[in-house]
Design a binder for this molecule. Structure first.
Ligand code: PMP
Length: 401
């Protein structure tokens, strides 16, 4: 039987990391994976996370019993508040709640399965381009009709806003639209506030369901509230929605798999029903979530001092990335790389969509040992003051050879 199993395509970003790890070249650079690195190119465990872990390790009242299917309340309440903000009317009216799940991916999967099984949704739209996992997650959750909405214009290197609105306008009612809440992956290009307002108008008029994917809150501007603007705006407009909130990046808790699925509804009377159905979705998938990441985050978000420290750490990460953008653009211009490079500094969040095509991106890997996706996406967090000139000169070489 097993001999009938076909070989699946490798996952590009994990393949890149594997090749990078096997590469002995001294000046190799990993710009593939979307994980923060400090100025020495090392993974960073946030000091406030270490502090919380030490306190939790010394707390004898904590045990290893199963959590409820929907996770730890102190975590999901704090996470939901963190996303929706203190002034949120839906929160005051008890119309919003959170569910602990397995990082952003788990939230997307649980949310999608609920929308498919309970609301009868089968069509979903993702931006072209988008994060490589959206399609697989929604298909595995039962969605049968995957469609793209236009997002990026390669020729102008900016948002194809006209195309985006046209595609949403033509979407059938009840389609689920995946919207990147902030710091679009991979383009690093978000709609402006005015454009979000227009998107909301179309979504409302066409009765489309919004599923926000919020994986980078804080990473765009360094300000957690500012980066939640789009989600908060849609909530203030009265939309019912779900939001997949990942804490992989902004807490640096990548392998703890901790996320929160925020659900906003119109009528709080139905929340017990909704929660009961989410419980069944989760029960049948992984029964209940792990505790470590949720305890860390609950501990930090519910302690004013630690919360301030966390905000500073997020700003430190965002600021370093913003500095790398400035430095990379500067180096490219100094080296007279053909073309214009203002998009490096106007794009936001963890990634830059460099504009390098597939052949040029592969050349960067093969010739210069600079690991990046074929789409031309690079993770800015992989750059440091030490490697930036090497990367810039390699980009020039890939464009001119
Ligand atoms: N959505 C987007 C757009 C992402 O870039 C990521 C992380 N690469 C995720 C969701 C989810 O990641 P995780 O499951 O690690 O939280």
């Amino acid at each position: 039987k097993f001999s009938a199993v076909p070989l699946a395509q490798p996952i590009e970003v994990f393949e890149l990391t594997r090749s990078y790890n096997e590469d002995n070249f001294i000046n190799k650079v990993n710009l593939g994976v979307g994980a923060y690195r400090d100025e020495h190119c090392e993974p960073w465990v946030l000091p406030v996370v270490r502090q919380a872990e030490q306190a939790l390790a010394n707390d004898d009242s904590l045990n290893k019993e199963y959590l409820p299917c929907l996770g730890i309340d102190a975590f999901s309440k704090a996470a939901t508040l963190q996303l929706l903000g203190n002034d949120c009317q839906a929160l005051r009216e008890n119309r919003a709640f959170g569910i602990q799940s397995l990082s952003g991916t788990g939230c997307l999967r649980v949310g999608a399965e609920f929308l498919h099984s309970q609301l009868g949704c089968s069509v979903f739209y993702f931006s072209n381009p988008t994060w490589g996992n959206h399609k697989l997650i929604f298909k595995n959750a039962g969605f049968t009709d995957a469609r793209e909405y236009r997002y990026w214009s390669q020729s102008s290197r900016r948002l194809d806003f006209k195309g985006l609105l046209e595609d949403l306008n033509n979407a059938p009612e009840n389609s689920v639209i995946i919207l990147h809440a902030v710091a679009h992956n991979p383009t690093g290009c978000d709609p402006t506030e005015e454009q979000w307002m227009e998107i909301a108008n179309v979504m409302e008029a066409r009765k489309l369901f919004c599923f926000f994917d919020c994986a980078y809150q804080g990473f765009a501007s360094g300000d957690l509230d500012k980066d939640a603007w789009a989600v908060r705006y849609f909530v203030s407009r009265g939309f019912e929605m779900v939001v997949a909130q990942s804490f992989a990046k902004n807490f640096g808790l990548y392998n703890e798999r901790i996320g929160n699925l925020t659900v906003v509804v119109k009528d709080p009377a139905f929340i017990p029903h909704i929660k009961s159905q989410f419980t069944l979705v989760i029960r049948g998938m992984y029964s209940n979530p792990p505790s470590h990441g949720a305890r860390i985050i609950a501990y930090i978000l519910n302690n004013p001092d630690l919360y301030e420290q966390w905000k500073l750490a997020v700003k430190t990460m965002a600021d370093r990335i913003i500095l790398m953008r400035k430095e990379l653009r500067g180096a490219l211009e100094r080296f007279q790389a053909p073309g214009s490079w203002d998009h490096i500094t106007t794009q936001i969040g963890m990634f830059s969509y460099t504009g390098l095509n597939e052949a040029q991106s592969e050349y960067m890997v093969k010739k210069h040992h600079i690991y990046m996706l074929k789409s031309g996406r690079i993770s800015m967090a992989g750059l440091t003051l030490k490697n930036i000139e090497y990367v810039a000169s390699a980009i020039v070489d890939s464009l001119t050879n």
